[in-house]
Design a protein around this ligand. Structure first.
Ligand SMILES: O=P(O)(O)OC[C@H]1O[C@H](OP(=O)(O)OP(=O)(O)O)[C@H](O)[C@@H]1O
Ligand SMILES: O=c1cc[nH]c(=O)[nH]1
Ligand SMILES: [Mg+2]
Length: 226
């Protein structure tokens, strides 16, 4: 079973996903290896979503030698991937290897870290740029962001997506590499219709809202900023 139901979220349990995440966590992992690791993890997660959450259908195929029955994944033309800038960019590059015909959207969202966490344990979020494709009732929407910490960014992003969509998509996934229990709870409370997929549920958030043990600041490590 590639995706395990953990009540608060669905865990992607593929051994290669865990292996890749472990390399991403390592403080010694360089920028290039970190970025490539996020691409690889996105690809693995994409394959696991297909295996665990999408249907297949039988089709008749003529090979050069004989007619046979094959199996095809249904709905690959009805996938929408939303890239939460900026840390999700390499993660989405990997996802697109599994869903090459996906419609894509981007939302630029950032935490106001100078403002600090509020009394509810969330951050003020600035949304700078939103460009989303049409979302239909047939679509499987995957909102990708490698880090789900307090959940503030994801809640703002989901507000924009659902307001813009006007209709409920067939499936709505939030995909993260590393998540914190508080963030999962916040998104689940505010958007019960969303299925939360993650490779790891980590222990806690520190006083600055960073996931522990986590992997540090994913955007900074991938883009070599501080
Ligand atoms: O769950 P939250 O507490 O909202 O934190 C998670 C967000 O923080 C990071 O983005 P960041 O604001 O650092 O922007 P970046 O992608 O440009 O680095 C990360 O990529 C998420 O978007
Ligand atoms: O641990 C965290 C929290 C938010 N954003 C990150 O990149 N890492
Ligand atoms: Mg960042």
């Amino acid at each position: 079973m590639p995706i395990e139901d953990r009540d608060d979220a669905y865990l992607i349990t593929h051994a290669l996903a865990k292996d890749t995440l472990s390399r991403l966590r390592d403080v010694e992992t360089t920028q290039v290896a970190f970025r490539k690791g996020l691409v690889k993890l996105g690809r693995i997660c994409g394959y696991e979503i297909i295996d665990g959450a999408m249907e297949t259908e039988y089709v008749t195929i003529q090979t050069p030698l004989a007619e046979t029955t094959g199996e095809r994944v249904k709905g690959l033309d009805n996938v929408v991937i939303i890239n939460v800038l900026r840390a999700a960019t390499p993660f989405v590059e990997g996802l697109l290897k599994a869903f090459p015909r996906a419609k894509q959207g981007v939302i630029s969202a950032g935490r106001d870290e100078e403002a600090g966490m509020d009394d509810d344990g969330g951050f003020p979020i600035t949304i700078d740029y939103v460009k989303l494709p049409e979302i239909t009732e047939k679509d499987t929407v995957i909102v990708a962001d490698p880090m789900l910490a307090t959940g503030s960014t994801m809640c703002s992003v989901l507000d924009h997506i659902l307001e813009n969509a006007g209709v409920d998509p067939e499936k709505l996934f939030v995909l993260s590499a590393v998540s914190a229990p508080d963030g999962l709870l916040r998104v689940d409370n505010e958007f019960p219709e969303v299925d939360l997929l993650t490779v790891s549920i980590d222990d806690y958030l520190d006083d600055d809202g960073y996931i522990v043990p986590g992997l540090g600041d994913a955007g900074d490590r991938a883009f070599r900023t501080t």
